[in-house]
Every structure is written in structure tokens, then in C-alpha cells.
Design a protein around this ligand. Structure first.
Ligand code: ACO
Length: 322
């Protein structure tokens, strides 16, 4: 059986770091509130002239470097973003050109669950023989779609990009194989109104800004994420004890802890970057993965559970062995 095996990852964060305290000047908020309610301490914002593709290209180069590969070794790019450079062409094709990749490239949009959707898609394309080496990228500039007068949303998000390279390799079909072992995807459009951008090409003709009923999203998050995580483990025939690390979407430390608790996974096996990155939507999982690989936590052979939920609502989980 063909497996989509990770061979490298990397990430990029824009230079500008914004502390919680910076919001105190313009909003009725405090560093204490933001830390206590979300776990966020700081986030990075892209410079005015930095586009999503610029962040993605840096992350792509870091991943190629980690894998010891050239751009020309990549034959597909799947880029998850809700904040593309332009309506079209896809941001992925910009990355393709910049790194000199061949094959084909396209964007996927499932907001914060985008990276999980993109991984599932790349896994299916590798198994179908459509591509041999796929770069899966999550890249976002959420700073461009925030309402800076809404303290309930603008303090939560950040910009960044992360990338993972997957390679087709033969496996035995057991849970000991390296590669993506299972994925579990869901969405439910009846919850569109809980988290959305109030503009778009065919509705208002404007870009719009992010609107969220935070506590309502929170209520859905813990149950849906732990269920998807459990399903991904069941599909692969593994238990929580087998999981080396959980790399969750980084939206809120309270959600991350509650999900870990519900799945009987101790907090020291959860990779947490939300304090430094904020919520970077589709970029959060590959960035957290890259951080934990670079600091030596995630090693070859480790079993990684990923889970994410966001606008749609769209959610899912993926299980992958390095
Ligand atoms: N500073 C100070 N006070 C604030 C702030 C702020 N930045 N934001 C909200 N408050 C106030 C509220 O107005 C409210 O005041 P009130 O009681 O006078 O009405 C009070 O704090 C409590 O607000 P809640 O919204 O109930 O606070 P909660 O504990 O739920 O935290 C949060 C809000 C952080 C948004 C939380 O609900 C959350 O994280 N939700 C999930 C977000 C998420 O996971 N989104 C999905 C991914 S994002 C994507 O897909 C793009």
C-alpha cells in the first residue's frame, strides 16, 4: 500500500511581533484578559507589502531545506488558505513558480481546518498515483480581514505559514508504517453564521472582515474535535497511549486543554504554540509541527495526531507517523 510519508517541514513567521499590551492603547482590553481567556501572549503580523504567497514561499523553502530537496523535486503543491493573494490565480501557483516546482498546484479553503483537508487530499492523490512528492502548505494573513474595533476577534489572530513535504513510499498497511495513517473530515453548513467573513466576490464585491460568535464556536469545538480525533485513532487501530504528540489547531489554550483531557492525552504530549503565534488558521498546525520538529520533540517514528475546527463549521483530524 502506498503511504504519504513526511520527509521534511518548515515554517515562516513575519518579523513584526505584536504583544497583547499593544491592543490596550486602542481597545477596551487587557493583556491579562487575553492571556487568561485564550493563552495568547503575542502574534506576528505581516508587513504591508508581504502577501500570503511571500510567507508561503519562505515556509516552502524551509521545508525543502529540512528535507534536503530542491523545488524541482516537488510534483504537486496543495496550499490551504482563506486569505489568498488574489481571487485568482491560486496562491499555490505563485509558490510553484518561486520554488521551481513542476507538476500542478492549487489552493484549498476550509479555513482553520484547511491544513487537515489539504493533508487528506494529498494523501488521496498519493494513493491514487497522481503525484509522488507533494508539498502541503498552510499560509494566512488574517491581519488583512480583522475588524480592529472588535475586541472579541482582532486580538485572537496572527499571520504565518507552515509546510510539510509528503513522499509516496510503500508501506505494509499496518499502524507501524510511516506516513498518513488515517484522516477524518467533517463540515456542517448550518453553522455558517457562527464564523464568517462579511464580504466576498459574488456577494458584496468587497473583502469584508471576520465575524465570530466566539462562545458558540467554543461550544462546538471540544466535542467535535475529540470525536474526530478518536475516529482517526480508531480508523488506524491505535489508542491514545500510542500517540507521541498531538499537534492541534492553535485557536485557544482552553480548547486545546479540554480536547486533550477528553481524549485522555496528557498536556505534556500536546504541542502548544498559541502563546507565540495566536490563531493563524490553516497555518497553525504545520507551524506548530515545524516548531516541535526543530526543537527535537518530534522524532522519526513518532505518531502525531492533528485536529482542527473553524468556519463552516469545518473540522477534522489526521494521524501521521514521521
Ligand atoms: N478583552 C476584554 N474583554 C473581552 C474581550 C477582550 N479582548 N473580548 C471579549 N470580551 C468580553 C466580552 O465582551 C464579554 O463581556 P460581557 O460579559 O460584558 O458581555 C466577556 O469578555 C466574556 O466574553 P466571552 O466571549 O463570553 O468570553 P469567552 O471566554 O468565550 O472567550 C473567545 C472568547 C476567546 C473568543 C472564546 O470564545 C473562543 O476562543 N472561542 C473559540 C474561537 C475559535 O476556536 N474559533 C475557531 C477557529 S477560528 C477560524 O476558523 C477562523
Amino acid at each position: 500500500i502506498l503511504r504519504a510519508v513526511p520527509v521534511g517541514c518548515g515554517h515562516y513567521l513575519p518579523e513584526r511581533v505584536v504583544s497583547n499590551a499593544e491592543f490596550e492603547a486602542t481597545l477596551d482590553t487587557t493583556d491579562e484578559w487575553i492571556r487568561a481567556r485564550t493563552g495568547i501572549e503575542r502574534r506576528h503580523f505581516a508587513a504591508d507589502d508581504q502577501k500570503t504567497s511571500d510567507l508561503a514561499i519562505e515556509a516552502a523553502r524551509a521545508a525543502l531545506n529540512d528535507a534536503g530537496l530542491q523545488g524541482s523535486d516537488i510534483d504537486a503543491i496543495v496550499l490551504a488558505t482563506a486569505t489568498p493573494d488574489q481571487t485568482f490565480p491560486s496562491t499555490a501557483t505563485r509558490v510553484q513558480h518561486a520554488i521551481g516546482a513542476g507538476g500542478f498546484a492549487f489552493d484549498m479553503q476550509a479555513v482553520c481546518a484547511g491544513f487537515i483537508y489539504a493533508l487528506a487530499n494529498a494523501d488521496a492523490m498519493i494513493k491514487a498515483g497522481q503525484a509522488k512528492r507533494i508539498m502541503v502548505i498552510g499560509a494566512e494573513t488574517f491581519s488583512r480581514i480583522l475588524d480592529w474595533t472588535d475586541r472579541g476577534t482582532c486580538v485572537l489572530f496572527g499571520d504565518g505559514a507552515g509546510a510539510v513535504i509528503l513522499e509516496a513510499r510503500e508501506g505494509d498497511g499496518t499502524s507501524a508504517d510511516a506516513g498518513i495513517l488515517s484522516t477524518d473530515l467533517h463540515s456542517d453548513g448550518k453553522y455558517n453564521h457562527l464564523l464568517y467573513v462579511d464580504g466576498g466576490v459574488s456577494s458584496t464585491g468587497t473583502i469584508g472582515v471576520l465575524r465570530m460568535q466566539g462562545p458558540e464556536v467554543f461550544k462546538h469545538a471540544v466535542g467535535k474535535l475529540s470525536a474526530a480525533g478518536n475516529t482517526a485513532m480508531e480508523k488506524a487501530g491505535v489508542s491514545p497511549d500510542d500517540v507521541s504528540y498531538v499537534v492541534p489547531h492553535q485557536a485557544n489554550l482552553r480548547i486545546i486543554s479540554a480536547v486533550a483531557n477528553k481524549m485522555s492525552l496528557p498536556i505534556d504530549r500536546i504541542v502548544v504554540t498559541v502563546q507565540d503565534h495566536g490563531n493563524t488558521s490553516a497555518a497553525s498546525i504545520p507551524m506548530a509541527m515545524s516548531v516541535a520538529r526543530a526543537d527535537g520533540r518530534i522524532k522519526s517514528g513518532d505518531l502525531i495526531l492533528m485536529e482542527a475546527i473553524g468556519g463552516g463549521l469545518a473540522w477534522g483530524a489526521a494521524l501521521m507517523r514521521w
